[in-house]
Design a protein around this ligand. Structure first.
Ligand code: AHR
Length: 497
C-alpha cells in the first residue's frame, strides 16, 4: 500500500510544550506504595524511593507529574500527609475503597519529583473541601514563611517554599462517581472563587479547570461552556480525560480511537473559543489533557479485590502490542494539536494503568513505555502541518487513514522527526515524503516497533518481547524520503543535517 506525507517548513502548527509528555501518580493501588515508594526494599534509597523506577522514568524524561489524584483527591486532607509520620492518621479512602496510611504525602512527593527530575502538577480537593483549604495548601507550599501554614511547612523541615506553579481545581467534578460531584453551575462558581483566592495568594500560578471526564458524558459541551462562562478569567487551562479499550476484540475500531480523541480536542477548542467570543476576551484558554491512556484489561479482575485494605493491586492493566500502537497514535494526536494542548498526562506512571511495572525485586517496561519514551525524548521542537495521503478504512469513528503521522522540526538539533503508525493489520506501507526544502539532511535512524502477535506483552520474566529496534528501512534521495512501514507498526524516522 502506498501513502505520502506533505509538509512545508513554513506551515507550522506550533512549538511543543514539553509538558504534553507528562504523567500522573495517584494514591491508588500500588502506584505510590510499592511503586515509587517502597521503604526497606534494597532497591530503594534512604528515603524509600525506588531507584530502579527512577532509572526507567529517566529514560522517558517525564517533565511533569500530576498528584495526588484523580478521584482520590476529592476527599483528601493534605494535612494528613505532612509532619511526623508517627502522627499521621490512617484514613478510609472511599474513592477506591481502600485504606490510606498517609506515610507518603506532599513533602515526600516534592522530594521525589526532584529526584525524578520532574515537576509537580498539584490537585486541590474541590469535592469535599473548597476555597479555604485550597488557599491553606497553597500557603503551605508557596509562601516562604511568617504565617501559620508557611511556618508549619518550615516546622516540617522544609525551609524553602516548594513553589508549585501548576494546580488542578479538583478532578472530574462532572462525574456522578466523584466524591462531592457538582453541577456545571456549582463547579464553575467554585472554580472561579477558588481560583481567584489562589491567585490572590500567588499570582504566578497556573490553574486548570475540570472539563468533562470524557466525550460521552451526557453533559459534555454544556459542562465546558457553563464552567468557562463562570471561571474564564481565573483559569488558564481546561482539562480533558479519555480512556479507550478493546473489550470486543475489534482491533481496527480500537486503533481508530485516536480519531475520537482528535474530535474531542477540536470540539473543546471550539467551545473555549466560543466562550472567548461571547466574552469579547483577549485571553485564550489552552487545553490540559491530564488523563489519557488505554484502560480496560484490569476492570473484571478489580471486581474481585478485597475492600478497605492498604494498596491493593488495582488497575494493573497488562498492556499488549496493539495498546502500544494506539498509545503511539494518541501521542501523534496530541502533537498535531500542539498549538492548543499544552499539558497532557499519560495516566498513570507506575503499576496503575502504567508504562512501568514493579514487584518487590524489580521494575520493567510495558509495551506502551516505548512510544511514550520516543515521543517525549525525540518529539520536542516545532510541529509541522503534516498532510497525510493514505488509503482509509471504515471504523466506528468514520473513515480513518491507515497511516497516522506527524513531523517535528528541532532547529537546535537540526533534526526532523516523523512519528508514524501503520494501522493496516496485513499490508505494509511504502511511504514517500518530499523534504527538498531541507538541504543536507540524511536518514539518521528509523526505529520500528512491530510484532506478529497483537496481544503480545512484556512481563518481568520476558521484558523484551515487544521492544523497538533500529531496523527500519528508509532512504533520503534528492530530498525525497522513502520509508517502509511494516503492517501494524510504530515508527520513528529521524532525519539529521
Ligand atoms: O486514572 C484513574 C482514574 O480515572 C482517576 O482517578 C480518575 O480521575 C479517572 O476517572
Amino acid at each position: 500500500m502506498k501513502a505520502s506525507l506533505c509538509i512545508d517548513r513554513h506551515f507550522t502548527i506550533g512549538s511543543v510544550d514539553k509538558r504534553i509528555f507528562g504523567s500522573f501518580i495517584e494514591h491508588l493501588g500500588r502506584a505510590v506504595y510499592g511503586g515509587i515508594y517502597d521503604p526497606g526494599n534494597p532497591l530503594s534509597d534512604e528515603r524509600g524511593f525506588r531507584k530502579d523506577v527512577f532509572e526507567l522514568i529517566r529514560q522517558i524524561d517525564v517533565p511533569v507529574v500530576r498528584y495526588p489524584g484523580g478521584n482520590f483527591v476529592s476527599a483528601y486532607h493534605w494535612e494528613d500527609g505532612v509532619g511526623p509520620r508517627s502522627l499521621r492518621p490512617k484514613r478510609l479512602e472511599p474513592a477506591w475503597t481502600a485504606v490510606e496510611s498517609n506515610e507518603f504525602g506532599l513533602n515526600e512527593f516534592m522530594d521525589w519529583t526532584k529526584a525524578a527530575n520532574t515537576t509537580p502538577m498539584m490537585a486541590v480537593n474541590l469535592g469535599t473541601r473548597g476555597a479555604e483549604d485550597a488557599k491553606n495548601l497553597l500557603e503551605y507550599c508557596n509562601i516562604s514563611g511568617g504565617t501559620l501554614y508557611s511556618d508549619l511547612r518550615r516546622s516540617h523541615g522544609y525551609q524553602d517554599p516548594h513553589n508549585i506553579r501548576l494546580w488542578c481545581l479538583g478532578n472530574e467534578m462532572d462525574g456522578p462517581w466523584q466524591m462531592g460531584h457538582k453541577t456545571a453551575g456549582e463547579y464553575g462558581r467554585l472554580a472561579a472563587e477558588t481560583g481567584r483566592l489562589m491567585k490572590m495568594v500567588d499570582p504566578d500560578i497556573e490553574l486548570v479547570a475540570c472539563g468533562s471526564s470524557n466525550r460521552n458524558m451526557s453533559t459534555f459541551g454544556y459542562w465546558e461552556d457553563q464552567v468557562l462562562e463562570q471561571c474564564y478569567d481565573q483559569v488558564d487551562y481546561l482539562s480533558l480525560h479519555t480512556y479507550y479499550g478493546n473489550p470486543q476484540d475489534n482491533t481496527p475500531d480500537f486503533l481508530a480511537c485516536s480519531a475520537d480523541m482528535d474530535a474531542f480536542i477540536s470540539s473543546v477548542i471550539s467551545i473555549c473559543d466560543s466562550v472567548k467570543a461571547r466574552k469579547r476576551s483577549k485571553k485564550q484558554i489552552c487545553l490540559s489533557f491530564d488523563e489519557w491512556n488505554v484502560w480496560y484489561h484490569s476492570k473484571e479482575q478489580d471486581k474481585q479485590l478485597p475492600r478497605w485494605v492498604q494498596c491493593p493491586p488495582q488497575l494493573e492493566d497488562i498492556y499488549n502490542f496493539e495498546d502500544a500502537l494506539l498509545v503511539g497514535s494518541m501521542l501523534i494526536t496530541l502533537l498535531r494539536h500542539a498549538d492548543r494542548v499544552k499539558i497532557a498526562c499519560l495516566a498513570q506512571l507506575v503499576n496503575v494503568i502504567a508504562p512501568i511495572m514493579t514487584d518487590s525485586t524489580g521494575a520493567w517496561a510495558q509495551t506502551i513505555f516505548y512510544p511514550y519514551m520516543h515521543a517525549s525524548c525525540l518529539g520536542r521542537g516545532t510541529v509541522l502541518q503534516t498532510q497525510i495521503q493514505s488509503p482509509c478504512y471504515e471504523s466506528r469513528y468514520g473513515d480513518v487513514p491507515y497511516l497516522d503521522a506527524v513531523t517535528i522540526e528541532n532547529e537546535e538539533e537540526e533534526t526532523l522527526t516523523i512519528f508514524a503508525v501503520n494501522k493496516n493489520l496485513s499490508e505494509d506501507i511504502e511511504l514517500t515524503a518530499d523534504f527538498r526544502q531541507y538541504e543536507g539532511y540524511h536518514v539518521s535512524r528509523h526505529i520500528v516497533m512491530t510484532h506478529s502477535d497483537l496481544k503480545a506483552v512484556n512481563t518481568k520474566k520476558n521484558p523484551n518481547e515487544v521492544i523497538p529496534a533500529d531496523t527500519g528501512i528508509s532512504s533520503l534521495e534528492n530530498g525525497i524520503l522513502s520509508s517502509h512501514l511494516p503492517s501494524k507498526s510504530w515508527n520513528v524516522i529521524i532525519l539529521k543535517k
